[in-house]
Design a binder for this molecule. Sequence first.
Ligand code: IYR
Length: 223
Amino acid sequence: MSAHPFVPLAGYREYPEDEMAARAREFHAELARRRTVRDFSSRPVPRAIIDDCLRAATTAPSGANLQPWHFVVVGDPATKRRIREAAEEEERHFYRHRAPREWLDALAPLGTDERKPFLETAPWLIAIFAQRYGRLDDGRKVKHYYPTESVGLATGMLITALHHAGLATLTHTPSPMKFLNEILGRPKAAERPFLLLVVGYPAADATVPDIGRKPLAEVVTYV
Ligand code: IYR
């Protein structure tokens, strides 16, 4: 591996403190409007917008900067249908047999069940894979570090970017998700499906559960 030169920190910007405070406040207000949506419109979303949001996601920090992620963006109706069918099969098993009572109770306020029509309705599904290792051009393996953490960070940035652009998302985690490797032709040993992000406009009559976020005092401790 060749050593990289160091260059000046050109992108960093410092703001006057009052401006910094306003930016922090406004950014929170924008993110606080984000809601996970389960009712999607079929209205198309231009691919260029998805690409820019993916560019934003791939700025995430990652272990040794190895960027251990792969995003499969699915717009093809036949592939979306296959994903829906496979996910619903897993979910049927989850809701009817696999989920313990305690888990079903925790999900009750969300009103979820085994039906996942949004997997066909929404214009885009983004299947996010975490790579345990990558490959050099000559085929040799390169071990990745902290792939799960890295992909979690990139996914958070992707959700933020999509929300900022004016799109709705649903973080969907059918379990197990190995069918995504099969359907999308991703290598099974190297890549683990991390989650399936449903992306589009909310349906005109979309509703969301009346649930909130824990207050800061409950989730933050200063020492
Ligand atoms: N994967 C199932 C169940 C589910 C689990 C959690 I944790 C959620 O926050 C929501 C749903 C489903 O998608 O219905």
